[in-house]
Design a protein around this ligand. Structure first.
Ligand SMILES: Cc1cc2nc3c(=O)[nH]c(=O)nc-3n(C[C@H](O)[C@H](O)[C@H](O)COP(=O)(O)OP(=O)(O)OC[C@H]3O[C@@H](n4cnc5c(N)ncnc54)[C@H](O)[C@@H]3O)c2cc1C
Length: 379
């Protein structure tokens, strides 16, 4: 007798991962009348390592779906402050701006909306493998397999599934570690700050309920050298006076920080084993651009429109779906990802961060161009 049991009913779409990419794809596809199942490793609500600043480019789209989270009271962010390792800083207005909201509440809100739209969820369940035969998929999780006509890979920046799928980027180690806190402190609600320190940078912005998000990216070697997060923060981060104030004068709301490691900005394939990859699973932009969530949301729109077409039009082939998604994904995001990788090189060292500050002070036009280059347009 086989130890694997196949779920009786074939789903139109199985979505692996319930982050922004997965939840919004699920919502859109279910509203088109498709049967959709999301399989998520964790269970809602939960905190994620994320700066929680979302570019306003997504607002009209979220509003069109009726899921802009007005009732959660997001903050309205219009100013950007950049400080060098020594604390010298410059501030400039943001063209489009953004809003601040915790992933804890925003993801829970979208999960509820997706359930209302008829999406089924299998939570606390990790997908171990996906196979494709005779024009349909088998998704393995635990002792079960779920069958689907289409699978969307929304499993984020790095997953064991990437290893199972033998994706190219996974063999390259990445030096970045992410750390996040929620704190109570005196921080302007219209500001997003990026404070540099030797070996990394820390984003600061407010989310709902007067909570401030502190989220930094740091080189793993630095952490190793100092032994643990607390020692590294005391020895390195607080050399920047802005971070000193935040780390010494705030009330920390988590018992311990949220952390992730091996954050990779390497290029990935937007289609893998016939799955459409969405959000970070297709490619992750450096967090200093504050644009990963907008990309996850926008790629969910592109994928859902094409997936719906594939499901309803008998003469729209799987090959056309995969080609069209690759083309549209590349046209929309590849330049932004490349730009983000170049800008990343400007940060995390004394010299480069000083130069970036000088650039903002002496050439606001160029600084403006850089910020614009890492952001998208309203869609
Ligand atoms: C330090 C840092 C700061 C950031 N700051 C910002 C910011 O301020 N603004 C911004 O726009 N972006 C920011 N980002 C980027 C942003 O967090 C991501 O781009 C965004 O969360 C991507 O959404 P996603 O749905 O693709 O992935 P995720 O939100 O990561 O969701 C993926 C989901 O898949 C699940 N999963 C993984 N593997 C499996 C499996 N095998 N089976 C089942 N489930 C699985 C995970 O549990 C997870 O829930 C930041 C990122 C980092 C690392």
């Amino acid at each position: 007798m086989s130890t694997l049991e196949i779920n009786e009913k074939m789903k139109d779409v199985v979505i692996i991962g319930g982050g922004l990419a997965g939840l919004l794809s699920a919502l859109q596809l279910a509203r088109e009348g498709l049967s959709v199942c999301v399989i998520e490793k964790k269970s809602f609500p939960f905190h994620r390592v994320c700066g929680e600043y979302i570019s306003n480019e997504v607002v009209p789209f979220l509003q069109s779906l009726g899921v802009f989270p007005e009732q959660l009271h997001p903050t309205n962010i219009t100013q950007f402050q950049l400080s060098a390792v020594n604390g010298k800083s410059a501030t400039l207005p943001l063209d489009l701006g953004g809003f601040g909201i915790s992933r804890y509440n925003f993801d829970l809100f979208l999960y509820e909306k997706a359930k209302q739209a008829g999406v089924t969820f299998i939570l606390n369940t990790e997908v171990q493998g996906v196979s494709f035969h005779e024009n349909h998929f088998l998704v393995s999780h635990g002792v079960e397999k779920t069958e689907a006509r289409l699978v969307l890979g929304c499993f984020g920046k790095r997953s064991k599934l990437d290893v199972a799928l033998n994706r190219k980027f996974i063999s390259k180690r990445s030096p970045y570690v992410g750390v996040k806190y929620h704190v109570r402190t005196d921080f302007p609600s219209d500001l997003v700050a990026l404070h540099n320190f030797e070996g990394g940078y820390c984003g600061v912005s407010n989310v709902e309920n007067n909570i401030t998000n502190l989220c930094y990216l740091v080189n793993r070697d630095l952490l190793r050298r100092h032994g643990n997060i607390a020692k590294m923060e005391t020895a390195v981060l607080i050399k920047n006076p802005h971070l000193k104030k935040l780390f010494t004068e705030s009330e920390f709301l988590f018992e311990k920080p949220e952390t992730i490691n091996e954050i990779s900005f390497a290029t990935k394939e937007p289609v893998q084993n016939h799955m459409l990859m969405i959000g970070d699973a297709a490619g992750m932009i450096t967090p200093l651009c504050g644009n990963g969530m907008a990309m996850a949301i926008r790629s969910s729109k592109i994928a859902s429109e094409l997936a719906t077409r594939f499901m309803v039009e008998t003469n729209y082939s799987r090959q056309s779906l995969e080609n069209d998604y690759t083309k549209q994904w590349t046209a929309t995001f590849s330049k932004r990802l490349w730009f983000g990788r170049q800008v990343q090189k400007l940060f995390g060292s004394k010299l480069a961060s000083n130069m970036a500050i000088k650039l903002i002070v002496h050439s606001p036009f160029l600084a403006h161009r850089i910020v614009k280059g890492t952001h998208g347009e309203v869609f």
